[in-house]
Design a protein around this ligand. Structure first.
Ligand SMILES: [Zn+2]
Length: 307
């Protein structure tokens, strides 16, 4: 008798979610879908292509192209339901056009996890780049999270919604970074909650200014029952390359030097304090720890648990 395995999921939705407990908080990780980021030397700045390929090969990963996971975190504090970042969205003009049809799976995967978009009280943005803010509005520019406020740095909003900057960049992707952020943030314009360093957005969740990758990038410390988990946004886009070589840049860094300085400082603190990490772009579900090793740090992934 042979195995009878059927592929039953819709191919246009990249499926996945899981759940874990952090102190008294219930946390859900939802897949938005992978970003195919092309050859490593296009993404990471400051190393030879063959050096990047060796790191990937040593990590048992393909050497010709980088794939970024997109893990989106929902924290139920018991009082508030908080979503961190919104993924790429499935807007024809933005997410699907620039990232292909596998992204923008947040809403169906949220529903699969038993969470309705209407229930989200607050969307916390680490920054307003496409893969973090383009999932806020639908094709018509309506709120996908109709009852949510959006917590974000005012510096970040001012920069990315300033459409006069469209003319200052060359390629369509960079132009759409401004247009897409403005389009997705517009329906929340009266619902913005501005954060800066050490702002407590809801009890137990505190912003940490971590500028560099974007002008107003913030990480968030999630604390419950004496335990800390840091959602570090885009402090690292890769679980090997930017951990082993935290001194490299990433192609979409706003200020590469500042991004590197912020990354190195945060990595050292996180490793010394043994703080648990939530990483958007690391392999699903993106939860783990940093340990000093090799030329930088190793990623020690935490096992999946359902609680
Ligand atoms: Zn990102």
């Amino acid at each position: 008798m042979g195995l009878n395995v059927s592929a039953s999921f819709r191919s246009d939705i990249f499926p996945g979610w899981t759940r874990f407990r952090h102190g008294a908080f219930q946390c859900t990780v939802v897949v938005d879908g992978p970003i195919h980021a092309g050859p490593p030397a296009q993404g990471f700045i400051g190393a030879e292509a063959r050096e990047l390929e060796k790191m990937l090969n040593d990590g048992f990963l393909p050497t010709d192209a980088i794939t970024l996971s997109q893990n989106l975190l929902v924290v139920n504090t018991g009082e508030k339901l908080v979503l961190f970042d919104s993924g790429c969205g499935r807007n024809e003009r933005f997410g699907l056009r620039h990232f292909g049809s596998q992204v923008g799976c947040l809403i169906p995967n949220l529903r699969a996890a038993g969470i309705a978009p209407e229930e989200i009280d607050l969307v916390v943005l680490t920054h307003a780049h496409p893969d973090h803010s383009w999932g806020l509005a639908d094709d018509r520019g309506e709120r996908l999270f109709p009852n949510a406020r959006v917590a974000v740095s005012s510096v970040e909003v001012d920069y990315w919604t300033d459409l006069s900057r469209v003319e200052s960049v060359e390629d369509e992707h960079r132009k759409d970074q401004f247009r897409g952020a403005a389009f997705n943030l517009a329906p929340y314009r009266d619902r913005l909650v501005f954060v800066s360093d050490r702002t407590e957005v809801v009890p137990g969740i505190t912003a940490i200014a971590t500028p560099g990758h974007s002008i107003g990038h913030h990480a968030y410390v999630i604390e419950s029952e004496g335990r800390a988990l840091i959602h570090w946004g885009d402090l690292s886009h890769h679980q090997i390359i930017l951990l082993q070589r935290p001194d490299l840049g990433f192609v979409f860094d706003y200020d590469q030097e500042q991004a590197i300085a912020t990354r190195v400082k945060m990595f050292n603190t996180i490793a010394s304090d043994r703080t648990a990490v939530f990483a958007c772009h690391f392999p699903f579900p993106g939860r783990g720890h940093l340990r000093r090793g090799g030329t930088g740090f190793d990623w020690i992934a935490s096992p999946i648990e359902i609680s």
